[in-house]
Design a protein around this ligand. Structure first.
Ligand SMILES: Cc1ncc(C[n+]2csc(CCOP(=O)(O)OP(=O)(O)O)c2C)c(N)n1
Ligand SMILES: [Mg+2]
Length: 585
């Protein structure tokens, strides 16, 4: 369906409507950078910018909360591979969006945030929503650093040109890039000669090639030692190369939670998913098969991917490939030696594959050393009568009704949802699954699902908790734009992961119980279609109905509060290890 393009005003409300403003030229520049979809919440401090921006052919999706707009922009990027733009107003608008920017940075999105700020001469004089270094904790927000790869409060056209050059290069380069431009009203409305360009003709960044000796050495280790490929989110575009290389060299593969589907989870070479909600076949593989060389590709092997479990290390060497050299070996410091290769995983895998093809016929190991390990096969469940729906049954239904086709993106939220999805769903296709493992914010996918549905070509389904839905949701926005978003709410009337997690740690859960929300009423009151699912017999029909609808749908699934999430044993151990070393919850 053609999406409605929403503008801001008809061009008559602003005194400079006929003249070319900096904001209008900025819009041209962002268009040139590949931006098409904008997610935001407007206010007085940013209205002239939005007005100028919309004199260009963008789609502007106005959200209900800035965090929702930010998470939607992150998922828009992953669904479309186009940089997304988030627009927020001064002060509170800027504060509200920051959590989503943390997720964008952690997940490797290409995203630009534009906020309004106060003019420098007003600093400290009590302007409405003053947005300056007096009120906002610089350096994290207005300067490049841990949150933004690039950030600036720009006051002049020259400063804008410098900033746009940096953003252009960031967007052209491999890996994520999250930028923030904070623009005061006087610059937003400044008249500019239309012939002045804010952005250059464009840059092409040459792809880094690995030398023959690096590739040949890696190939030797891949073929002549007991090796395993442990892949992460950084390999999400290298699925074809990975499959060919693994099958040609008969090398087993492990996936991180975020890279589920990058290697077909049904394939005989698949060992399992590591980390949060992952499979015990992974530690068993390390235990029983003692791999000599572990290729860690596009993953930091952080807590969600490895739980920092001591056993998950090679007996001889790491070969660690990542764009960011600070990832090398950091999960397992002071361990066996490693070989760090800075670069892009798709490039690395494709060069390694070409070298392997040239070396054929390869000496195949007679009996694969990992032969005894099979990745997890979930037991088949029959529906139960008069019982709340077991999370495992939701997963089985999703697998059978949804994952048999590639027409749907599945997203899983922090809480019990992502642990069940990581553990039980099996993906055969890359980029069909989204979870935000490292940042793990509640409210990411209850809102991000709308961005994915609006910018992607597929229906987006978010598996989420009731707690997350109450924290933030953008059902109303989805109704406005008729987005193909489906919320599967695991409604257990509690903060389930807190309840089970605190018990598992030997503590008494604190305030985890909530009055049951009627998400059917909640959704319908905002104009979305909705159905309740009280037991397992009702689930399949409800899911089919949701998939057949043309707009946003909420399924309120009364889920079993006693089913303990598969993450708990390992996460508990990881937290206990951190506590004994002085870490915190
Ligand atoms: C923004 C944010 N705050 C707090 C947490 C910690 N946290 C993780 S799961 C969870 C409870 C989730 O409850 P719900 O959404 O109902 O999911 P359930 O586990 O019950 O399925 C909390 C509070 C978080 N991940 N993100
Ligand atoms: Mg819950």
């Amino acid at each position: 369906m053609e999406q409605q393009v929403v503008g801001w005003g008809d061009g008559t409300h602003w005194s400079h409507s006929d003249s070319c403003t900096v904001s209008r030229k900025l819009g041209e520049a962002f268009y040139k950078l590949g931006v098409r979809d904008i997610f935001g919440v407007l206010g007085g401090g940013i209205a002239p910018f939005a007005h100028g921006l919309m004199q260009n052919p963008f789609r502007f999706f106005h959200f209900r909360h800035e965090a929702g707009a930010g998470f939607a922009a992150v998922e828009s990027y992953f669904a479309s591979q186009r940089p997304a733009l988030t627009v927020v107003t001064t002060g509170p608008g800027l504060f509200n969006v920051l959590n989503a920017m943390g997720a964008a940075r952690a997940d490797g999105a290409k995203l630009l945030l534009v906020s309004g700020s106060s003019q420098r001469e007003l600093t400290g004089r009590g302007a409405v929503q003053e947005t300056s270094t007096m009120t906002i904790p610089d350096p994290y927000i207005f300067q490049s650093g841990a949150l933004f790869h690039f950030a600036a409060r720009v006051e002049t056209i020259q400063e804008l040109q410098i900033a746009l050059q940096r953003i252009q290069i960031g967007f052209q380069s491999p890996g994520g890039f999250v930028a923030h431009l904070s623009i005061p009203l006087n610059l937003q409305t400044q008249i500019i000669d239309p012939k002045i360009s804010l952005i250059g003709q464009g840059w092409k960044i040459a792809q880094h090639q690995f030398s023959d000796s690096v590739i040949e050495n890696c190939l030797d280790s891949l073929i002549h030692s007991r090796s395993v490929l442990w892949v992460g989110h950084g390999c999400r575009m290298a699925s074809a190369e990975l499959m060919q290389l693994a099958t040609l060299t008969q090398t087993p593969v492990i996936c991180s939670p975020r890279s589920k589907g990058v290697f077909n989870e049904h394939h005989p070479l698949f060992v399992g998913v590591s980390g949060a909600g992952g499979h015990e076949s992974v530690p068993r593989f390390f235990n029983e098969c003692s791999p000599e060389t572990v290729f860690a590709l596009g993953t930091r092997l952080g807590e969600v991917t490895s739980f920092f479990q001591p056993g998950l290390i090679p007996t001889n060497q790491w070969i660690h490939v990542d764009l960011d050299p600070s990832a090398f070996g950091i999960a397992y410091p002071a361990g066996v030696h490693g070989y760090g290769i800075q670069g892009e995983c798709k490039q690395f895998l494709s060069q390694l594959l070409n070298a392997a093809i040239k070396r054929e016929p390869l000496t195949k190991k007679e009996k694969p050393f990992w032969n005894s390990i099979n990745s997890m096969i979930p037991p088949r469940l029959n529906p139960l009568e008069a019982h709340p729906v077991r999370p495992a049954f939701i997963m089985q239904t999703l697998q059978e009704e949804v994952l048999t086709q590639n027409q749907v993106t599945v997203m899983s939220e922090a809480g019990s949802a992502f642990t069940w999805c990581n553990h039980l769903l099996k993906f055969s296709n890359p980029n069909q699954y989204r979870t935000s493992a490292a940042w793990g914010s509640m409210g990411h996918f209850t809102t991000g699902v709308v961005g994915a549905a609006l910018s992607g070509k597929k229906t987006a389904i978010a598996v989420v908790g009731d707690g997350s839905m109450l924290m933030n949701n953008e059902i109303n926005t989805a109704v406005t734009y008729n987005a193909r978003a489906i919320w599967l709410v695991m409604n257990d009337a509690q903060l389930g992961l807190n309840e089970h997690g605190m018990k598992a740690l030997g503590m008494t859960p604190i305030e985890t119980q909530m009055p049951r929300t009627d998400f059917v009423l909640f959704a319908r009151s905002q104009g979305a279609k909705a159905k309740a699912v009280h037991n397992e017999h009702e689930l399949k029909t409800a899911l089919r109905w949701a998939l057949d609808e043309s707009g946003p749908v909420v399924l309120d699934i009364h889920s079993d509060p006693h089913s303990v999430s598969p993450i708990l044993a390992a996460r508990t151990k990881s937290l206990q290890n951190q506590q004994s070393k002085g870490g915190s919850l």
